[in-house]
Ligand binder design. Structure first.
Ligand code: MV4
Length: 457
């Protein structure tokens, strides 16, 4: 086993990793920025290291500071959590150079699927279904127009180096593609320092379904079934469920087999997720692969009973997976609501001091949060405050439990998404399970999320 783990993250995921360490009786160190001095992970940790000032670029993203923190505290492993350096192939490589075990995939795997155009090719070669699209980046508008003529409209332009939906432009026809091509490239360059874009057929009325996979150092790959994450706003997930609301046992098996085949083709190590779009006819298409633990991993833990973060640490330590595919059972239905601090019509991150905090409990409720009463939210980081998760025998019972949990939750001092989450739980369309990626835009009167105005504002 690794002997001492550096937790190179903050907020609720730092706390989540700490908990896995304590369950494993593994010593750990938490890093923090000057803005996170009073954070809960720092308060609850025996050993901490300050790695720089508040802005992430000067602390959580600064590789030399993280590596130094690990070396001076005698750590032999680093868990990157999600965001920050978690999908940075160079960080994974540098950890190796300093004999630090990176709790995640190999730098090579991160690189192979980090470029979405390449990931499409890799997965198609492994036999996974993909939407019609270009084999690689389209370097000119003419080539984009020619490709779209073959593919058929509507199409979507995606930044090869993008991810999570950033840098996407939908085009219904040649005029829109002509208008969107240059802005898409400029935005891709500005956001990802890489202006490669590719063209793909746009799928309407589909669901966003992702399959959790784990791979160990001995080539064993298993999947932990799917999560459905169709309820998103501006490509931020708001609500996730496991298993998917409309996934038959047959489709689950096919999705799982595809995900396992894709991950095996990469000889994938540690925890990852393959993202698919699923239509109403049981067709599914590979979109992209995430090579980290995800925010929403907890609902998979609830329905499978598998501790994904503990597995990540064991896998990184060279322990073979202790279970096989046939041991993995999905039991019950789980829902996660993300509570974010946000304000105003543009949903800007809100800051403030948590004056009062009441968290829900009772049967089937799990809350992952770094909040405590009196905590002042720093302004430098993302707006996630808490993940409220429930587990119940059926989806209807899970919704009832979530309503109970949301009713009990009180967060004073900062405005949050709690009212929105309560609206969704009451909505007959949500309750019927008839939920597609356009749910928030259609049901909650919000702008379309794919077609952004030219120049990407
Ligand atoms: C798409 C799509 C439809 N057609 N690609 C968004 C996240 C990224 N990983 C993939 N995403 C999508 N890709 C094609 N060819 C729909 C989405 C999508 C989405 C689009 C608009 C509004 C909300 C969405 C939620 C999930 C997925």
């Amino acid at each position: 086993m690794v002997k001492k783990l550096l937790i190179a993250n903050r907020g609720e995921i730092a706390l989540r990793i700490m908990r896995a360490c304590r369950d494993l009786d593994l010593p750990f160190v938490v890093v923090y920025s000057e803005a996170d001095r009073d954070s809960l992970p720092v308060r609850l940790s025996d050993e901490t290291v300050c790695i720089g000032p508040g802005p992430s670029s000067k602390s959580y993203l600064l590789v030399p500071n993280i590596i130094s923190a690990a070396l001076i505290t005698g750590c032999d492993a680093v868990h990157p959590g999600y965001g920050f350096l978690s999908e940075d192939r160079y960080f994974a490589e540098i950890c190796g150079q300093y004999n630090l075990t990176f709790v995640g995939p190999t730098a090579e795997s991160i690189a192979r699927v980090g470029n979405k155009a390449e990931a499409r090719r890799e997965m198609a070669a492994a036999g996974l279904p993909i939407l019609p699209g270009t084999d690689g980046p389209v370097p000119s508008l003419d080539e984009a127009l020619n490709a779209a003529r073959e593919i058929g409209y509507p199409v979507i332009l995606k930044a090869a180096a993008g991810g999570g939906g950033r840098g996407m432009y939908k085009a219904e026809n040649e005029r829109e593609l002509t208008q969107g091509y240059n802005p898409a490239r400029l935005e891709a360059r500005a956001s990802f320092d890489n202006d490669e874009i590719y063209v793909e057929r746009y799928l309407d009325r589909c669901r966003h379904v992702e399959v959790q996979v784990l791979g160990d150092q001995y080539g064993t790959v298993v999947h932990l079934a799917e999560r459905e994450c169709s309820i998103q706003r501006r490509h931020q997930k708001l609500i996730e469920e496991a298993p998917g609301t409309s996934i038959s046992a047959e489709l689950r098996r096919r999705l799982g087999e595809a995900a396992t085949a894709g991950a095996s083709a990469l000889r994938f190590l540690n925890a990852g997720t393959l993202e698919f779009l699923v239509d109403d006819n049981g067709n599914f298409y590979f979109m992209e692969m995430n090579t980290r633990v995800q925010v929403e991993h907890g609902i998979t833990e609830l329905v499978t009973g598998i501790d994904i973060v503990k597995e990540q640490i064991c896998i990184a330590s060279g322990v073979p997976l202790s279970f096989s595919q046939s041991d993995v059972r999905v039991q019950g239905h789980s829902i996660e609501c993300r509570v974010n601090a946000e304000t105003g019509p543009d949903f800007r991150p809100a800051t403030g001091t948590i004056r009062e905090l009441l968290l829900p409990g009772g049967p089937g409720v799990r809350v992952d949060t770094h909040l405590y009463a009196g905590y002042t939210l720093p302004s430098h980081y993302d707006s996630l405050l808490a993940k409220i998760m429930v587990l119940a025998p059926t989806r209807a019972e899970a919704i009832a439990r979530m309503q109970r949990a949301l009713q009990e939750t009180q967060i004073e001092g900062v405005s949050t998404t709690l009212p929105f989450l309560q609206e969704v739980m009451k909505d007959p369309v949500y309750r019927s399970g008839d939920v597609y990626t356009d749910y928030v835009a259609r049901r909650h009167n919000e702008e379309s999320q794919t077609t952004r105005t030219p120049l990407g504002v």
